[in-house]
Design a protein around this ligand. Structure first.
Ligand SMILES: Cc1ncc(COP(=O)(O)O)c(C=O)c1O
Length: 388
């Protein structure tokens, strides 16, 4: 099986499995317990938290220390960011009530769903348009913010999971700072692929998850700029300052920290993946000149390729690919299984033919040249068979 679906999840690195197993065997108990065994777990958890914060470019010391909440993954981090920051704005807004929340029209379903929940609570959700390459319009955000009576939160992803298109977060951060509105970014597809510096980025909150970077599934994080708090969406204990109660899993956190460390030390990871991704695109284009690379004119993540073959049906392609031992997808795994057209490509206003015939290929750090060679042969064969 050639696995080109790393954006859906990435196979865990064997070194990370080793770390998780060792940590489990070391028998860390409940970090919230008062006894020595609990204190030992707490110390280990806090060491891992500090190391993770540092690797993400966040502050760990003194008054300006940023906060890292461990969560169950990207979906929870995004929900906690949107629901928790929006609720916080109501709590601190002198009876102004629910305000306006701005999200881009290419966000992951976990952001879209959380925004829908906010609209049911009385918040007004504004969808920001993207251009034909899938880049969010900073100008539209500026105009909408200027018109807004009570803006509370902007959420725009670092890079899109379907196209890999990188978003202008630094510019958006400047805009949000000038307008005094909080900015959250979903960095799930970015972290582990390209360098990240939370301090420099200028965002207030950032979501990430371990399983997109060869870490374990079921653990992720929400980074909060120093001084910022969220209202909880889960209730119970006092863990993680009661913002995210629940017993922390030291072994999963250790696995995530190790996966991040491996990614940080793998200096040519991005170059390796983009060189293979670019070759895959070029060789396929030479064979299928009608092929369209969606988002090609924009800056993209190094490992993601969204291709359209006009005249073919993406669901038929998926089935044929599976029969040919090629794992690819048609978009967000959270939306797969549905044959609905991709909301991301629809937001880019691409033609029906392009949307209908689109597939997503996503490479990982372990993808080899031989796999790319084989993928080109298999994809070309499938397309030839499916074309009318
Ligand atoms: C951009 C983006 N955000 C959030 C998520 C959800 O992350 P998780 O699977 O850890 O809940 C995904 C996963 O597909 C994603 O691609």
């Amino acid at each position: 099986m050639i696995y080109l679906d790393h954006n859906s999840t990435s196979p865990i690195d064997p070194r990370v499995v080793e770390t998780i197993t060792t940590t489990l065997k070391e028998g860390y108990l409940n970090p919230a317990s008062q006894h020595r065994a609990g204190q030992r777990a707490r110390k280990q958890l806090e060491t891992l938290r500090n190391s993770t914060l540092k690797m993400l470019g966040a502050q760990t010391q003194g008054m300006s220390a940023d906060t890292l909440l461990f969560t169950s993954g990207g979906t929870e981090s995004n929900n906690l960011a949107l629901l928790g920051l929006a609720a916080q704005s109501v709590a601190s807004s002198d009876n102004k009530g629910p305000g306006e929340v701005f999200i881009s029209s290419i966000e992951h379903p976990s952001v879209v769903g959380a925004a829908q929940a906010l609209s049911r609570q009385g918040f007004v959700v504004v969808n920001l348009p993207v251009d034909q390459n899938g880049v969010v319009s900073v100008e539209a955000l500026g105009q909408r913010l200027a018109q807004s009576a009570h803006p509370v939160l902007v959420s725009v992803m670092m890079a899109n999971n379907e196209t890999g298109v990188i978003q202008p977060i630094r510019e958006i951060a400047d805009l949000c700072k000038n307008t005094d509105v909080l900015l959250h970014t979903d960095a799930v597809q970015w972290v582990g692929k390209l360098p990240i510096d939370f301090g420099q980025l200028g965002v207030d909150a950032m979501s990430f998850t371990a399983h997109k970077l060869q870490g374990p599934r079921g653990v992720g994080g929400l980074l909060l700029r120093h001084g910022l708090t969220v209202e909880p969406i889960l209730f119970g204990g006092f863990q993680q300052m009661a913002m995210r109660p629940g017993t922390e899993d030291v072994a999963l956190v250790a696995g995530m920290e190790h996966a991040l460390r491996i990614a940080n030390e793998d200096n040519d990871r991005a170059a390796r993946m983009s060189q293979r991704r670019d070759r895959l695109e070029k060789e396929l284009f030479d064979l299928q000149p009608n092929m369209v690379i969606n988002g090609q004119q924009a800056a993209r993540l190094p490992h993601t390729s969204n291709l359209s073959f006009p005249g073919i049906d993406r669901q038929a392609f998926l089935l044929a690919a599976d029969m040919n031992d090629l794992a690819v997808s048609t978009g967000s795994a959270c939306a797969s299984g549905s044959s609905e057209p991709s909301p991301v490509l629809m937001a880019m206003k691409l033609s029906d033919d392009i949307v209908r015939g689109s597939i997503r290929l996503s490479l990982g750090p372990t993808t080899t040249d031989a796999e790319i060679d084989q993928a080109v042969i298999r994809i070309n064969r499938i397309v030839e068979n499916l074309l009318p």
